[in-house]
Design a protein around this ligand. Structure first.
Ligand code: GLC
Ligand code: CA
Length: 559
């Protein structure tokens, strides 16, 4: 397997709105990020992925872009951006930008032109269709509730928006769209950015027949059904040739609806498309089909089956991205671990389980502190349009009562990941001196960076150690993965092997102690612990215990 830096690095995702507010307006900003680079350096990450910082009316917090070459006013100026990039590079940190080109904002000049008349030169930059029987052209639903088609009176046609109506989909069939997108990417690469995380890139090519899909709980077909369209690989190969070739970048595609077969093409190791993809099957482990609004807990056996399928399925032919969290998901410690008495143990256990798999690990801001879901009281506490729209749609249709829906939002809302980063136990968690744009999780008094930096056994220091280990253990990066005990409902146990090197990773996903006997080939005396979340090794496993052993080969590990 080819050895390259983007397989060996650890990426940290920043959601700028909620990271650090430098000027007291309650909204995180670029200068706030620059202030905190030393914190990230201390954690040890190599790459920062910035969620969108471009000019945007903020219908979807920056994922609706009205100018790709300007900075959102609330986040600062282009000078602030250049300064941030310089300060990052000075510290040896690389910057990956969010590339949102499945759609623009409806306030983007291209769309203003496009909607103005049927024969405007920009008309074909977007996807326009006539009504079908006086209604929307097909039954596709927007990811954020309702139909994916919006009627536009000016020209008496519908435009497609797989996300909000303020996020019209670009028409990638049009070569001029591709040319303009590629030119914009070039412009950022010339500035010196080090790569792109490509937003819903699996959706850019649509089936030109626009066939109806299977309706979900709200009556519309899920946007995921339109994924991996007929020309998507052609477009990405063109992007590779036209823009990326000749630049040393990290590229990761957010691939909603991706299958293993498709991922092998997107992230193929011959490097003709992307370096790696985000797949979402493990994020659907607690969903019901296309309905994510459930309140049930996952079954560990399902989670192991999914992750193992991806570990085995991409080994040597493509490359995985590893994540439990991002700005669209609830907090992992609340979802897969325990956010009560075993919060710290389970946060470290989850980190162990993920960081020892094959792939590039992504840490979402606050995950390294074990930040939790937030105690939202009622619908007025939410800011995310996905949550708010789903609440109104599903309670309006009688699918759920208001109380049922609130309970589901508390479990699954994207806002759980968007409450401000907890820097300290000062007022407003040290995030802002003003009024935060979204509620701060009241547990910042116990859970915050200052406290964890000062305490040797904190979640923060555990992450630091995991990141450091990755630099000294090639087997952690390149080793092949094998699952043990697939049917065990509580334990996630796997090995990694590379030539003579071997690791045994043992994670207890339950709050109960568990007896454990070493698998064949592993003998006490011939192995040493590499990392664990309890101070003293013991034969049996304690609640949420994680421990990793390495077969000793005579050499000792220098950390
Ligand atoms: C991606 C982003 C999400 C956004 C959507 C539309 O899924 O991660 O935050 O709402 O695309 O751009
Ligand atoms: Ca600010």
């Amino acid at each position: 397997m080819e050895r390259v830096w983007w397989k060996e690095c650890v990426v940290y995702q920043i959601y700028p709105r909620s990271f650090r507010d430098s000027n007291g307006d309650g909204i995180g900003d670029l200068n706030g990020i620059t202030e905190k680079l030393d914190y990230l350096k201390e954690l040890g990450v190599d790459v920062i992925w910035l969620s969108p910082v471009y000019q945007s009316p903020n219908d979807d917090n920056g994922y609706d872009i009205s100018d790709y070459q300007a900075i959102m006013k609330e986040f600062g100026t282009m000078e602030d951006f250049d300064h941030l990039l310089d300060e990052m590079h000075r510290r040896g940190l690389r910057l990956v930008m969010d590339l949102v080109v499945n759609h623009t904002s409806d306030e983007h000049p291209w769309f203003l032109e496009s909607r103005s008349s049927r024969d405007n030169p920009y008309r074909d930059y977007y996807i326009w269709r006539p009504a079908r029987d006086g209604k929307a052209p097909n039954n596709w639903g927007s990811c954020f509730s309702g139909s994916a088609w919006e009627y536009d009176r000016t020209t008496d046609m519908y435009y497609l928006h797989l996300f909000s109506r303020k996020q019209p989909d670009l028409n990638w069939e049009n070569p001029a769209v591709r040319r303009d997108v590629f030119a914009m990417m070039d412009w950022w690469l010339d500035k010196g950015v080090d790569g792109f995380r490509m937003d819903v890139i699996s959706l850019i090519s649509k089936d030109p027949a626009f066939p109806d899909g299977t309706p979900g709980i709200n009556g519309y077909a899920s946007f995921n059904e339109t994924a991996n369209g007929p020309r998507v690989h052609e477009y990405l190969q063109e992007m590779r040739r036209e823009v990326l070739d000749g630049h040393d970048t990290l590229t990761v595609g957010e691939c909603s609806g991706v299958t293993l077969e498709e991922a092998r093409k997107y992230a193929r190791s011959d490097g003709r498309e992307l370096n790696m993809v985000f797949q979402f099957e493990h994020m659907d482990v607690d969903a019901d089909g296309s309905n994510k609004w459930t309140d049930r807990r996952f079954d560990l056996r399902d989670l192991k089956a999914i992750l193992t399928k991806w570990q085995k399925g991409l080994d040597t032919v493509a490359w995985n991205s590893l994540f439990w969290e991002n700005h669209d998901q609830p907090r992992s410690v609340s979802r897969f671990g325990d956010d009560g008495p075993y919060r710290e143990a389970s946060a470290k256990m989850l980190a162990t389980c993920l960081h020892f798999m094959q792939g590039t690990p992504y840490i979402y801001q606050g995950e390294e502190l074990g930040m939790t879901n937030a105690p939202f009281r009622d619908i007025s506490d939410f800011r995310d349009l996905d949550s708010i729209n789903a609440y109104h749609e599903l309670t309006g249709q009688g699918v759920f009562t208001k109380e049922e829906m609130l309970c589901r939002l508390r479990k699954k809302s994207r806002d759980n990941a968007r409450t401000p980063f907890q820097w300290s136990d000062d007022a407003n968690a040290g995030f802002t001196t003003g009024n935060p744009w979204i509620m701060i999780n009241p547990n910042y008094r116990e859970i915050n960076a200052r406290e964890q930096l000062a305490r040797e056994d904190s979640v923060f220091h555990y992450y630091q150690k995991l990141i450091r280990l990755r630099k000294s253990l090639p087997v952690m990066v390149y080793g092949s993965y094998d699952l043990l005990l697939p049917e065990d409902p509580d334990l996630y146990v796997y090995t990694r092997t590379l030539d003579e090197e071997a690791l045994l990773v043992i994670c207890n996903f339950s709050s109960k102690p568990r007896a454990f006997s070493l698998p064949e080939g592993w003998r006490p005396g011939e192995m040493e612990p590499v990392i664990g979340n309890y101070p003293d090794p013991s034969a049996d496993l304690r609640p949420y215990e994680a421990i990793v052993y390495r077969k000793s080969n005579g050499e000792s590990l220098c950390l």
